[in-house]
Write a protein of this length. Structure first.
Length: 177
C-alpha cells in the first residue's frame, strides 16, 4: 500500500532550449520552486527539476530539463532530447538575435527529438516591455505557422509562467491520453 511509485500517473520529460541568457534556468526555478536568481551563474552538467500537478484529475509529474549551458557550445546532445514529450523553445523579447535563433533550435530538435514532441514558443522577459525588440504578433504568427503553442512570460515577476507550463503539459496530456 505504501508504494510511492503511484504518486503520479504520468511522467513527462520536457526540455528547455534556446540561446544562452534568455532565462531558461529562471523559468525552471520559477515554475518548480517559485524562485528567481538575478545572477546568471553557469550551471555545471545537465540537470532537471520536477513538479507534480493535477490535470483532469490525473497526477502528472513534469520532469523539466535545463541545458546547463550546453547551448553556448552549440552542442546540445541527442541524449538531452531522448524521451522528451514536450519542449519550451525560449527567446528573450528584448533580444532579436535570440528570436532569430528559434528556427535553428527547431531544426536541431527535429533532428534529435521524437516527431510527436509538443513544442511551445516562449517569449521570456515580458517585464522588459520598454526594451521590446520582438513584436508579439510576429512571434505569434510564426508559432501558428509552425504549429507551436505560444506565450510571453516573465520569470522575473512570474507573469504567465504557470500558464505557459500548464498549457504545454495539458497539450501533452491530451496527446497521450
Ligand atoms: P539561461 O542562460 O537561458 O538559463 O538564462 P538565465 O535564467 O540564467 O537568465 C539570464 C539572465 O537574464 C539572468 O541575469 C537573469 O536574472 C535574467 N532574467 C531571466 N529571466 C528574466 C525575466 O523574466 N526578466 C528579466 N528582466 N530578466 C530575466
Amino acid at each position: 500500500a505504501d508504494d510511492y511509485s503511484y504518486d503520479y500517473e504520468y511522467l513527462f520529460k520536457i526540455v528547455l532550449i534556446g540561446d544562452s541568457s534568455v532565462g531558461k534556468t529562471n523559468l525552471l526555478s520559477r515554475f518548480t520552486r517559485d524562485e528567481f536568481n538575478p545572477d546568471s551563474r553557469a550551471t555545471i552538467g545537465v540537470e532537471f527539476a520536477t513538479r507534480t500537478l493535477e490535470i483532469n484529475g490525473k497526477r502528472i509529474k513534469a520532469q523539466i530539463w535545463d541545458t546547463a549551458g550546453q547551448e553556448r557550445y552549440r552542442a546540445i546532445t541527442a541524449a538531452y532530447y531522448r524521451g522528451a514529450v514536450g519542449a519550451l523553445v525560449v527567446y528573450d523579447i528584448s533580444n532579436s538575435d535570440s528570436y532569430e535563433s528559434v528556427s535553428r533550435w527547431l531544426k536541431e530538435m527535429k533532428e534529435h527529438a521524437d516527431a510527436n514532441i509538443v513544442i511551445a514558443l516562449v517569449g521570456n522577459k515580458s517585464d522588459l516591455e520598454h526594451l521590446r525588440a520582438v513584436p508579439t504578433e510576429e512571434a505569434k504568427n510564426f508559432a501558428a505557422e509552425h504549429n507551436l503553442l505560444f506565450t510571453e512570460a516573465s520569470a522575473l515577476n512570474a507573469d504567465n509562467v504557470e500558464f505557459t507550463f500548464h498549457q504545454l503539459i495539458k497539450s501533452i496530456y491530451e496527446m497521450v491520453s
